[in-house]
Design a protein around this ligand. Structure first.
Ligand code: ARG
Length: 462
């Protein structure tokens, strides 16, 4: 493609190192879409003869069909996806193929392709996160009445509804979708027409190509157009954070499916056995939600590091953007899809969850709240309750087993109704503050989440 200036062939190792076609061929369909939009614009602007446009359209259609049927012959000596396609086009249609690159450079071409690919994949990821949210909501509707201890420091803290716990993840994933959509708005600006870096003397119409490709508008500055990879960083960052949410969920599924917790059983399709220990059922898939998060964080760091210190405008370093971005998107997508399928296959053990609330003093806060409602300063109420819990531990007793006389040994502010206030069910029911775990709040939150996410309500009678 640039043979004119050179007298020696490229060194074989240089060719391999320099080539990107083995990974950037994933951009082939975006590259063809970009070329079609460019050629049509050139023709509309009187820069490309009409019969050349017809030949280019027919040639690119043929190439697209060959790529889709996996019979396109990719050549490493043609370096990248752009030159492979252009070379094949020229081989097929002759000089018209050589006119396609008028008023364009691979620099704006690759930036356009990658933005287009990102837009399409943001939409796929957004839908896949939505499927995880739907799975969480359906599980909350199926088993959400179950009461389990909520934890802080992984110590039993206060009882909560399972639905409340699951809805916490619905919220995280909602913000993830917001980040994807924010990134989308900034990705939807088209670099095409920036040419190599400085623009072009040809009378091109950048608005026409931008709109034809589904972008909102052309990018304002040609240097920025070819040098910027913010959009890829934003998508990687959104992917990394979404993976972190999956990782936290994965960690809880690992804990909950352990014999120590016994809160859930994973479906057999989402667990594996051990090659030596016949009794084992291992939570490999939740572990991988956790494990694969590291590589997506790595993808983000790799991309940031590539960009750091790069002078304007295009530099070959930018070719390193693609594998990180592809890996982040692929990994997140697969993890989202598997999570949406794994959640409904979980068996919830409501009895084990409820039993875990019985021996951890999870209603101690309710005892302190009880005294505070009777005018005891909360700090003092906290202290009295602490002594009461300490005595229970010493005597191997639990809060619900105490009599009114037991309570009154610690404070005469206790009346008979304290015995009702310290039950696990009363504790959950009492937390009626906005965003709290009281059933009325949680069922309303579930209905609201469904409406917000636009899911049809499938509950019986709803
Ligand atoms: N394969 C290159 C990349 O991915 C395309 C742009 C090459 N431009 C250039 N001037 N060498 O970045």
């Amino acid at each position: 493609m640039w043979g004119g200036r050179f007298s020696e062939p490229t060194d074989a190792l240089v060719q391999r190192l320099n080539a990107s076609v083995h990974f950037d061929r994933r951009l082939a369909l975006e590259d063809i879409d970009g070329s079609l939009a460019h050629a049509r614009m050139l023709s509309a602007q009187g820069i490309l003869p009409a019969d050349d446009l017809l030949a280019i359209e027919a040639g690119l259609a043929e190439i697209r069909a060959a790529i889709e049927a996996d019979r396109f012959e990719w050549k490493v000596e043609l370096e990248d996806v752009h030159m492979n396609i252009e070379h094949q086009l020229t081989a097929a249609i002759g000089p018209a193929g050589g006119r396609l690159h008028t008023a364009r450079s691979r620099n704006d071409q690759v930036a356009t392709d990658l933005r287009l690919w990102s837009l399409r994949n943001i939409d796929r990821l957004d839908a896949a996160v939505g499927d995880v949210q739907r799975a969480l909501i359906l599980l909350a509707e199926r088993d959400g009445e179950a009461i389990l201890p909520g934890y802080t420091h992984l110590q039993r803290a206060q009882p909560i509804l399972l639905a409340h716990h699951l809805l916490a993840y619905v919220e995280m994933f909602d913000r993830d979708r917001g980040r994807l959509r924010d990134a989308r708005a900034r990705t939807a600006e088209c670099p095409l027409g920036s040419a190599a870096l400085a623009g072009t003397p040809f009378p091109i119409d950048r608005h026409a190509t931008a709109l034809a490709l589904g972008f909102d508008r052309p990018m304002r500055n040609s240097l920025d157009g070819v040098a910027d990879r913010d959009f890829a960083v934003e998508l990687c960052a959104a992917a990394a954070l979404s993976m972190i949410h999956l990782s936290r969920l994965g960690e809880e599924l690992v804990l909950w499916s352990s014999q120590e917790f016994g809160f859930i059983q994973l479906g057999d399709a989402f667990a594996t056995g051990s090659s030596i220990m016949p009794q084992k059922k291992n939570p490999d898939i939740p572990e991988l939600l956790r494990g694969k998060t590291g590589r997506v964080i790595g993808d983000l760091v790799s991309l940031l590091t590539t960009l750091k210190g790069l002078p304007l405008a295009y530099n070959k370093d930018l070719q390193e953007d693609k594998e990180a971005l592809f890996d982040a998107v692929d990994t997140l997508f697969d993890c989202l899809v598997v999570t949406a399928r794994l959640l409904p296959a979980c068996r919830i053990d409501r009895t084990r969850m409820r039993a875990a609330c019985d021996d951890g003093f999870v209603t101690a806060t309710d005892v302190a709240d009880y005294l505070a409602r009777r005018g005891v300063p909360f700090r003092e109420a906290h202290h009295i309750t602490g002594r009461l819990v300490g005595a229970c531990i010493a005597e191997r007793r639990t809060l619900p087993s105490l009599t009114l006389e037991d309570f009154r040994r610690f404070s005469t502010d206790f009346e008979a109704d304290v015995l009702l206030a310290v039950t696990v069910e009363a504790s959950v029911k009492a937390r009626t503050s906005e965003g709290g775990t009281a059933p009325a709040r949680v069922w309303a939150a579930l209905t609201e989440a469904r409406a917000r996410l636009g899911f049809a309500d499938t509950r019986q009678g709803a």
